[in-house]
Design a protein around this ligand. Structure first.
Ligand code: GTP
Ligand code: MG
Length: 172
């Protein structure tokens, strides 16, 4: 499955915890092209899981994204991006720099994500948290286009996710 992405874009990964966003990001981009919410929470609060640090973390993440886009560098945001207001921040940064916001949705069954989550040491939340995320994801699928995402790619299931290939479109 080919995923067309403009050469200069702000790519928002969208998916519940355990859907494979960080794995996908590692597969397709250089570490420096990927801004992850975990990393920025760690940076501002010494703890990648400290949800109370999210607001500060995203403020810094948006700032860095802006600097990268101003310099013409493709930027990928590795966060769940399941809330409309979280995505609005990304669309805003993209627009401020005349860059297209692109969404790549990783849509895996909740049961698979839960299985993976239970096997991880760095995730301790309960099943109901994942269920809420999954509900938010379903809602998100209807909202992305009207929020301003110019390209929306939805990868359904591990097969499509693992087979995905990114192709860069030249901008004229
Ligand atoms: P959060 O950071 O919690 O939001 O999760 P995430 O979406 O970044 O998921 P992550 O990439 O960390 O993947 C979670 C677990 O699933 C890891 O242990 C991965 O090894 C496994 N995993 C992720 N993607 C794939 C995949 O495409 N195939 C297989 N077999 N395993 C995967
Ligand atoms: Mg991750």
């Amino acid at each position: 499955m080919i995923i067309d992405v403009p050469e200069l874009s702000l790519v928002a990964l969208v998916g519940i915890s355990g859907s494979g966003k960080s794995t996908f990001a590692r597969t397709h981009w250089k570490p420096t092209q990927v801004l992850s919410s975990d990393f920025f929470r760690g940076l501002v609060a010494d703890d990648e899981n400290d949800q109370s640090a999210s607001s500060d973390a995203f403020e810094v993440l948006h700032y860095v994204a802006g600097k990268r886009l101003a310099a013409g560098r493709l930027t990928v945001v590795d966060a769940t991006n399941l809330q409309s207001h979280a995505r609005a921040g990304l669309v805003k940064v993209a627009r401020e720099h005349d860059v297209l916001p692109v969404a790549i949705v990783l849509d895996v069954p909740e049961a698979l994500a839960w299985e993976r989550t239970q096997a991880r040491e760095d995730r301790t939340f309960g099943r109901q948290v994942l269920t809420r995320m999954h509900r938010d994801l379903r809602r998100s699928l209807n909202q992305l286009a009207k929020e301003g995402f110019r390209k929306i790619h939805v990868l359904r299931g591990t097969e499509q996710i693992e087979a995905a290939e990114i192709r860069y479109e030249k901008l004229f």
